[in-house]
Design a protein around this ligand. Sequence first.
Ligand SMILES: [Zn+2]
Length: 241
Amino acid sequence: MINMKLLKRLSASRKVTLMIAAAMLVAAGVLKLTHIVDKAAASADDGMPVLVIDAGHGGVDGGAVAEDGTKESMLNLDIALRLRAISELYGVNYLMVRSEDCSFTSGSDYSEREELEKRVELIDSAEDSVYISIHQNCYPTGQPSGPQVMYARDDTSRRLGRIAQTNLVSQLDPENRRVAVPASEKLYICRNCSHSGILVECGFMSNMWDVQKLCSDAYQKAIAAVLAASYIQFCGGTEAA
Ligand SMILES: [Zn+2]
């Protein structure tokens, strides 16, 4: 049995491994909720920022499309919904930018710029929050694979970004040599949100091995579990130096 009191006595790396393992087992229905959840430890009342879960694209904007027709927007949503479910299990106070396949504008009114502006508005609407934007990468060749985290240009975002990248690599993709990097100026949300946050490219739509994994229930749950654990670790200041 795992609980937060026990977690407090463990080393940072052991702690995050256990949190991820527990979240994955709960997501898979193996562990019962009561085995791991200490809602008080993760509530907004404890001064933890609201977790804004931003599933990239949606509605008329499918994002990148894999050669088998899989749309990035759907994978982003699937992972975001699983992150929401795990956040609920841990008692994390969250806000969803979207929880279905939709956009703020549609038809002839659709405007990519307006979509992004509305997202920023929504993310910034929570008084104290950090956001995790969920996306998928794409490259002209099929070679590159694996997750990559980008962070907004402030120290808090960089800290969350480093925690998330370290956990994604150690738990899901040990051969991955990428490190968390500052978001490019082209990434509207990271450039314009006043709150801290990260954009996670979970894998490559241009790599069919990645797409196959990203479509699987187990891998989506695993990514969501790692992101939830990273947020909790970030809030607790428990990462190794
Ligand atoms: Zn995207």
